[in-house]
Design a binder for this molecule. Structure first.
Ligand code: HEC
Ligand code: HEC
Length: 301
């Protein structure tokens, strides 16, 4: 018993504590002003807004900051960019590579599932040390670079083709098994989370930045095995009897492709701005909403 009453730790005010206190003081006096100085400067250098400006080499050279897309990146629009920038010269029209130019196989699922969209964007936009590679921002916008990223990904891991039976079935399976938490449109606002009871909130699939920072392998792991302590159940090996679906590996990959379809698209955005009337009606909606929001602000100016 007495053993436990002995002081285990002897407090020596002269060596331990004082030493720590002085170094803390030094840290506060020296490091803090230095940090504020640096961040203060960085804020002044930042360039905001205008997309055409950011395409200029002078602005992107130092910053190397990703510019996120205004609209969901489009696979078919990326194909147009792939052709325009002659990517096929070294990677082939099919992405399998041209001998003597590039040995990389862009159609390999194993390779592509380990790639984060954001890393691919940064590579195409700014290149990487030790490799001479065309820089897309010299000839195309950042939105087009994102389209290109998703086209390149589609060479190995395409989004689910919309309008097909396969697609409709996954929509229904998502509705029956995932939407209760993630919401039918993927915003993380399903009925189970009505009163914000889930902590953390179910992932918002419409959060571009979050999902551009994920590999398909990670999404697969999260859907197959769940996320411990976070309320995301694992689905591998389970069954949706009503819809006669077994959540085997192949089906989990379908769900990955479906989750990707919340923040990228296999519809052409170019076509939407072109002649097709119904496509126009589709794309006019968000613009009109924006206009309505902008009106009062414009009037008070
Ligand atoms: C002059 C030849 C050439 C052209 C043109 C070219 N690439 Fe590449 N690309 C390469 C080489 C070389 C590599 C490095 C991999 C390798 O050794 O084959 C590479 C790598 C890549 C990678 C993988 C990067 C990584 O680190 O994982 C992607 C993605 C890619 N290219 C896409 C494109 C796209 C899209 C275009 C069109 C804008 C393009 N490339 C144009 C030669 C080229
Ligand atoms: C009981 C509620 C619930 C259900 C049902 C559910 N999820 Fe989740 N899900 C969550 C929560 C909570 C998280 C973790 C959120 C976080 O980490 O911020 C999550 C995370 C995820 C992630 C990981 C996101 C990331 O950043 O890596 C994916 C992918 C996902 N869910 C897909 C699905 C799919 C597909 C289904 C249906 C087959 C499903 N979820 C069903 C609650 C749920």
């Amino acid at each position: 018993m007495t053993r436990f009453n002995k002081p285990v730790f002897k407090f020596n005010p002269y060596s331990g504590f004082a030493g720590v206190a002085t170094s803390l003081l030094v840290l506060l006096l020296v490091v803090l002003p230095a940090v504020t100085l640096v961040t203060g400067c960085a804020e002044q250098v930042k360039v905001s807004g205008d997309d055409t400006q950011l395409v200029s080499k002078n602005v992107t050279k130092g910053g190397r900051e990703a510019i996120y897309p205004d609209d969901r990146p489009s696979e078919p629009d990326g194909k147009v960019v792939y052709e325009k920038l002659s990517c096929a010269e070294c990677h082939g029209a099919d992405g399998k590579g041209v001998s003597g130019k590039s040995t990389l196989d862009l159609t390999s699922k194993e390779y592509m599932r380990k790639q984060k969209p954001i890393d691919q964007y940064m590579f195409l936009a700014f290149g990487k040390d030790g490799l001479t590679h065309p820089l897309t921002l010299e000839k195309a916008s950042s939105q087009q670079t994102w389209n290109l990223v998703y086209y390149v990904r589609s060479l190995a891991t395409p989004l689910l083709p919309m309008g097909t039976k396969d697609y409709e079935q996954v929509v229904a399976v998502f509705g029956g098994n995932c939407a209760v938490c993630h919401g039918p449109k993927g915003y993380g606002d399903g009925p189970l989370n009505k009163y914000n009871v889930l902590e953390p909130n179910p992932a918002n699939f419409q959060n571009y930045r979050r999902f551009y920072d994920r590999t398909d392998d990670v999404l697969y792991d999260h859907i197959a095995n769940g996320i411990k302590w976070e309320g995301m159940p694992g689905f591998l090996g389970k069954e949706d009897k009503a819809k006669k679906v077994k959540f085997d590996e192949a089906y989990i990959w379908k769900l990955v492709a479906y989750v990707r379809a919340f923040h990228s698209t296999n519809k052409s955005l170019l076509a939407a701005s072109g002649a097709a009337k119904d496509a126009q009606a589709d794309s006019a909606k968000p613009d009109e909403a924006k206009k309505d929001e902008a009106k009062p602000a414009g009037e008070t100016k």
